[in-house]
Design a protein around this ligand. Structure first.
Ligand code: COA
Length: 257
């Protein structure tokens, strides 16, 4: 059975983790299917923005499947090539990703959300990293991305105390961009995705690349990267089209070139 639904809705790719009876837990199958779908998303020139969510009303993703995934991880620790590239580790997705967090985002589930560029949560969303109660640590980026997003001290507290962070607190500390009622989650995610997809796609990819790599560099190097990316964009058809459209007082038609 497929554990990921991958759909294309106009310019938007939707990735739905699809094992609701098990709260959409992470299994090796899910990771391999997610990897394949991500490559397709990047290669399909008609797709401009992606949304990741979980099937059902209760859970985005309750983390690693404690029964099945953990033995798999153990068996791949010394042979990392057996572990698929994921957005959490090893796979840089060139296009934007929005997490639509519809309930539990625990452990690896929270880390999938952290690996996205933007996060929208439903009012019933909760974030939690229970790894310290399982004798391990977050390994899909939690110890790295959470402090970058919410600050060192607050991240340390969340990870060291196994705190359950509700949607409003997640909003307050910047863990999510927006909180909406449960029934409005996908509408809100699509609205944001459509807005992103209405802008010049190479600019969006450029902003992502510049921030993703640049904010990890010394400022001077980051500024060089930003300049290099923008230099290329000045000679794109989309930039010419945008200027032309401005002068002709019409909406630009971007082609991603
Ligand atoms: N691994 C394997 N199975 C899991 C799971 C996980 N991480 N999280 C949930 N499930 C399974 C449950 O075993 C249950 O299966 P069953 O019906 O065959 O017994 C099903 O999903 C539903 O979960 P349930 O516990 O009944 O739902 P709940 O709403 O009462 O509680 C949680 C939800 C998320 C609080 C609870 O399931 C939980 O604590 N899960 C573990 C989360 C975790 O530690 N994740 C990080 C791993 S590093």
């Amino acid at each position: 059975m497929s554990e990921l639904l991958y759909e294309k809705k106009g310019k938007i790719a939707v990735f739905t983790m699809n094992n609701p009876d098990k709260l959409n837990v992470i299994t090796p199958t899910l990771l391999f299917e997610m990897r394949d779908a991500m490559y397709d998303y990047m290669e399909d020139t008609e797709l401009y923005c992606g949304i990741i969510t979980g099937a059902g009303e209760k859970s985005f993703c309750a983390g690693a499947d404690i029964k099945e995934y953990m033995p798999f991880v153990k068996s791949t620790l010394d042979t990392p090539w057996k572990f698929p590239d994921t957005i959490m580790r090893g796979l840089y997705v060139t296009k934007p990703l929005i997490a639509a967090v519809n309930g539990y985002a625990y452990g690896g589930g929270g880390e999938i959300a952290l690996a996205c560029d933007l996060r929208i949560a439903s009012e019933n969303a909760t974030f939690r990293w229970p790894e310290a109660s399982l004798g391990i640590i977050p390994r899909l980026g939690g110890t790295q991305r959470l402090p970058r997003l919410v600050g060192y001290g607050r991240a340390m507290e969340i990870l060291m105390t196994n705190e359950k962070v509700d949607a409003n607190e997640a909003l307050r500390i910047g863990l999510v961009n927006k909180v909406v009622p449960k029934e409005e989650l996908m509408t809100a995610a699509f609205e944001m995705a459509e807005r992103i997809a209405s802008l010049a796609p190479l600019s969006i990819q450029g902003i992502k690349k510049s921030m993703y790599y640049g904010t990890e560099m010394p400022l001077a190097d980051g500024l060089t990267l930003e300049n290099d990316i923008c230099k290329k964009l000045y000679s794109t058809e989309d930039h010419q089209e945008a200027r032309q459209a401005f002068m002709e007082k019409r909406k630009p038609e971007y082609k991603g070139r």
